[in-house]
Design a protein around this ligand. Structure first.
Ligand SMILES: CCCC(=O)SCCNC(=O)CCNC(=O)[C@H](O)C(C)(C)COP(=O)(O)OP(=O)(O)OC[C@H]1O[C@@H](n2cnc3c(N)ncnc32)[C@H](O)[C@@H]1OP(=O)(O)O
Ligand SMILES: Nc1ncnc2c1ncn2[C@@H]1O[C@H](COP(=O)(O)OP(=O)(O)OP(=O)(O)O)[C@@H](O)[C@H]1O
Ligand SMILES: O=C(O)CCC(=O)C(=O)O
Ligand SMILES: [Fe+2]
Ligand SMILES: [Mg+2]
Length: 333
């Protein structure tokens, strides 16, 4: 038996009970008798992921790829971020967020006032991130060949001002998304510098992607909570959590139901990461009225109405006009 077939058999051995399909290895009939068709529901076999990587994502809901984005590219993203902070470029549709602890302070025209950029799809330099071939190669394993970049962010987590407002409560990103199917959505999150527990790396609850979308709301944290930073209501403090420490350029891909957040930044530096949420172009919009997502729908619509100066904006339209095709065909979204 070939080495690849042997590895696949090991994987399948670990799988019992999972659902959906993994293609049989392209080998002889003899191999097939050893490995009956098995089910992996969260990824496709495109030749990129090893069976072990697919199994890891299946079980844990995330996958860390070391050293995926070059230093040169990251330095260019950082430069562009700085130009935006200095207001040397105007980017249509861009949302500049400030930490709740400094939002009310005097305007400072540099990064110290900015905690997050959202919706940089109209900035060609930052948007290059979303179309990097080495990122899309992995994204395709989760979305399939038609890929839409739906949500773009550059997070500049500030040093905590003493009120723990730099924390991001534990949440599932699907709470924000009115499109499905869930398993054809994935986030790519790239560390723009070394991220550690000290400066507020991502914290994940492995395996929670297998659960349902939970109710989210603002946590009642004493020091305040940033706008739109909803957290899961019934957070289980006993679930094992993992601090995902990463080097500059490392990229984590994660499922939209994976419960994650990030800790306080206890350093003096601004912890930077760039990310994009992708979905299959074949995904479809859903109506979230009457579901747990109604609270975020109302908040986003309110913001969109202010921002685009329109009377009534449908939640799904706020997504339809921000989404950009990065590979294949825009069949639906
Ligand atoms: C309607 C209601 C809706 C809601 O309630 S939504 C709320 C949802 N609930 C939550 O998000 C609660 C869960 N939250 C958390 O797990 C954390 O707060 C969260 C979001 C990950 C933030 O993390 P942090 O605040 O930074 O906490 P942390 O656990 O990372 O650090 C805490 C203490 O650990 C220390 N630490 C740092 N690096 C370490 C290291 N390498 N080894 C060991 N300890 C280390 C760190 O100094 C900190 O110390 P201290 O205990 O605060 O004194
Ligand atoms: N990260 C954030 N979390 C919570 N609220 C935020 C955040 N960023 C901005 N805001 C809020 O968005 C609004 C706009 O902020 P901005 O500082 O531009 O104006 P302002 O503080 O309302 O007005 P002014 O600075 O003229 O007094 C504010 O109400 C601010 O509190
Ligand atoms: O970079 C972080 O701290 C996490 C951000 C995040 O999870 C989000 O914005 O959805
Ligand atoms: Fe998130
Ligand atoms: Mg202000």
């Amino acid at each position: 038996m070939s080495r690849a077939a042997e590895r696949l058999r090991t994987v399948i051995h670990h799988l019992d009970g999972a659902t959906a399909t993994i293609r049989a290895p392209p080998t002889s009939a003899q191999t097939l008798t050893y490995s009956p068709p098995q089910k992996l529901r969260y990824s496709f076999d495109t030749g990129t992921l090893t069976p072990e990587q697919r199994l890891f994502y299946e079980e844990n809901g995330f996958l860390l790829i070391k050293n995926l984005v070059s230093e040169t590219d990251i330095d260019r993203f950082r430069k562009e971020f700085e130009r935006i902070c200095r207001q040397e470029v105007k980017v249509p549709g861009l949302i500049v967020m400030r930490d709740v602890a400094i939002a009310k302070s005097e305007f400072v025209p540099d990064q110290r006032a900015v905690s997050k950029l959202q919706d940089f799809q109209e900035d060609p330099e930052l948007f290059r991130y979303c179309a990097l071939p080495q990122i899309l190669k992995y994204v395709e394993c989760f979305t399939g060949p038609n890929i839409m970049a739906m949500h773009t962010m550059l997070i500049n987590k500030p040093p905590d001002a003493g009120k723990k407002t730099s924390r991001h409560p534990m949440h599932q990103d699907l709470h924000y998304f009115p499109f499905r199917p869930t398993d054809r959505i994935v986030c790519a999150w790239t560390a723009m510098e070394r991220v550690t527990r000290q400066n507020g790396c991502l914290v994940v609850l492995p395996g929670t992607h297998k659960g349902a979308l939970q109710e989210h709301d603002y946590p009642d944290w004493e020091g305040g909570v940033n706008k739109m930073y909803h957290g899961v209501r019934d957070y289980d403090p006993d679930h094992p959590r993992l601090h995902v420490e990463m080097e500059k350029g490392d990229t984590v891909f994660f499922h939209p139901l994976l419960i994650h957040g990030s800790g306080m930044n206890q350093t003096q530096g601004f912890r930077k990461a760039i990310s994009c949420h992708y979905a299959s172009g074949d995904c479809y919009y859903i109506d979230v009225r009457g579901t747990t997502q109604e609270n975020i729908e109302n908040e986003v619509k309110e913001l969109a109405q202010k921002k685009y100066r329109m009377n009534e904006v449908a939640f799904k339209d706020t997504w339809a006009f921000r989404g950009r095709l990065v590979q294949g065909e825009r069949t639906s979204l």
